[in-house]
Design a protein around this ligand. Structure first.
Ligand code: GLY
Ligand code: MN
Ligand code: MN
Length: 445
């Protein structure tokens, strides 16, 4: 077992304050920004899903509690950063754990001012009054949308008395998504840590694999390592043996790996809110068959081709195009596709076996925020962007148009990559990836 990973330092309080100031500068002095905490969600009758803070609120405050609303009021003399949150309550805290309370929101979270969440109704209309623009995520939380409309109507009802209601309503994501797309040094440190935990977790699963093992046993290995490192799954872990690997968002994880099956594991840790996202595909018995190896080497070549495009100034989509070209060439060479390369690329016939894109932004959300295209064109890569590279091939078990040896093979290889000043950093290196590396790793268990 490797030495325990030393946890990195978190995001310093000044960094949250800097983010809030930057966002307010972009929004302008006549704006107001409203960000509610994620609601708690019931899993069953009176028990809840584990609470996960809204990524935007987390990004701007690091505040972990539900029933909170951040209101940013640029230029407001009596304080710009306001948090409404639950009051201290010894009785409730005895059941649910400590709360910061408004005092803690100021002292520990650097708010300019804080109020009990129960006072939101009374105070918010007064904060909206006189502001022309409201930045908010419309449509994300219907219950909160209606409350906001109610507060606006309260200001509108006062117009004859001289009140000035806001009259522009803007999507908060226009400003905030762009900030979140570029990861700071502090954020990269946390993402590297989430990636390291995930690398160890996948290695643990490869060590545990054997014919006959259940998919959920491998899931347990992966998530044991996450939890032991103070992390949790960033998304539902996908563990698919045999043809289950062809189901892109397979979640049942109840199948059994037979001798000769490949196992696809797509799982990533979330550490202090930041996600990793790794996929490896390996043989349950430690040895690839010839057909499995041929497809695995093809997917790995596509991964390498996409990675070559990961540097500043290159269009984001170049990685996908490079991967698709390599996959299509390989499928033609192996006889899974027929005809010419250019015709197959133009017709998109390769999509029979490769239905998804080669990656996505990665950060506080596993499919992180940020535009992929600007003015109809793929945006260019810049330092600080982090994304996955995850080509795959999935040959349906029932595809009788190909020889039987290919049927039911599903393979994906997924790494996390940060763009640097002069190239890239692969955050998920250090985990067996190629067929040769995986066989060597599993033989040495
Ligand atoms: N785990 C989801 C994805 O790879 O995008
Ligand atoms: Mn992914
Ligand atoms: Mn994934």
């Amino acid at each position: 077992m490797a030495a325990p990973l030393r946890p990195p330092t978190g995001i310093p309080a000044q960094a949250y304050a800097r983010r809030r100031r930057q966002l307010m500068r972009m929004a302008g002095e006549d704006a107001i920004l409203v960000l509610p905490a994620a609601p708690e969600r019931i899993r069953s009758r009176d028990t809840f899903f584990p609470y996960r803070q809204d990524s935007d609120l987390w990004y701007l405050t690091g505040f972990p509690e539900p029933e909170a609303v951040l209101v940013l009021v640029p230029g407001r003399r009596h304080g710009e950063a306001l948090l409404f949150c639950r009051e201290r309550d010894p009785e409730r805290e005895g059941w649910d754990g400590p709360r910061a309370g408004p005092e803690g929101a100021v002292e520990a979270y650097g708010m300019d001012d804080a109020y009990p969440i129960d006072d939101l109704d009374e105070i918010l209309p007064g904060l909206l009054e006189g502001r022309t623009r409201v930045y908010y995520h419309f449509g994300r939380d219907t219950e909160f949308d209606l409350k906001l409309i109610g507060w606006l109507n309260r200001v509108r009802a006062q117009v004859r008395l001289g009140a000035q209601p806001p009259h522009e309503f803007l999507e908060l994501g226009h400003l905030l998504d762009e900030m979140r797309l570029f990861k700071s040094r502090d954020e990269l440190r946390l993402m590297r840590h989430a990636a390291r935990i995930s690398v160890e977790a996948h290695a643990a699963a490869m060590r545990a694999a054997r014919p006959g093992i259940r998919e959920y046993e491998l899931q347990a290995e992966v998530e044991r390592v996450f939890r032991a490192a103070g992390a949790e799954p960033a998304y539902n872990s996908i563990v698919g043996a045999g043809a289950n690997a062809c189901v892109l968002h397979y979640r049942a994880n109840r199948g059994q790996a037979r001798d000769g099956d490949l196992v696809l594991i797509d799982a990533g840790a979330e550490y202090q809110g930041y996600a990793a996202d790794i996929t490896r595909t390996f043989p349950a018995n430690g040895r690839f068959s010839k057909a499995q190896r041929e497809l695995h080497e093809l997917v790995d070549a596509a991964r390498a081709a996409a990675l070559e495009q990961a540097r500043p100034g290159v269009p984001y989509e170049a990685g996908h195009h490079a991967a698709v070209r390599v996959l299509t060439e390989g499928l033609l060479r192996l006889g899974l596709l027929k005809g010419s390369l250019e015709r197959n690329l133009a017709s998109g016939d390769y999509k029979r076996y490769y239905r998804h894109k080669t990656g996505h932004w990665l950060g506080l959300d596993v499919h992180d925020v940020g535009d992929y295209r600007i003015d109809g064109q793929s945006r260019l890569l810049e330092p600080g962007m982090v994304f996955t590279i995850e080509p795959g091939l999935y040959i349906p078990a029932g595809d009788t148009s190909v020889p039987a040896k290919w049927r039911g093979i599903g393979i994906r290889i997924e790494d996390d990559v940060a763009i640097t000043k002069d190239g890239h950093e692969v955050l998920t290196d250090g985990l067996a990836r190629s067929a040769d590396e995986i066989e060597a790793f599993m033989a040495a268990r």
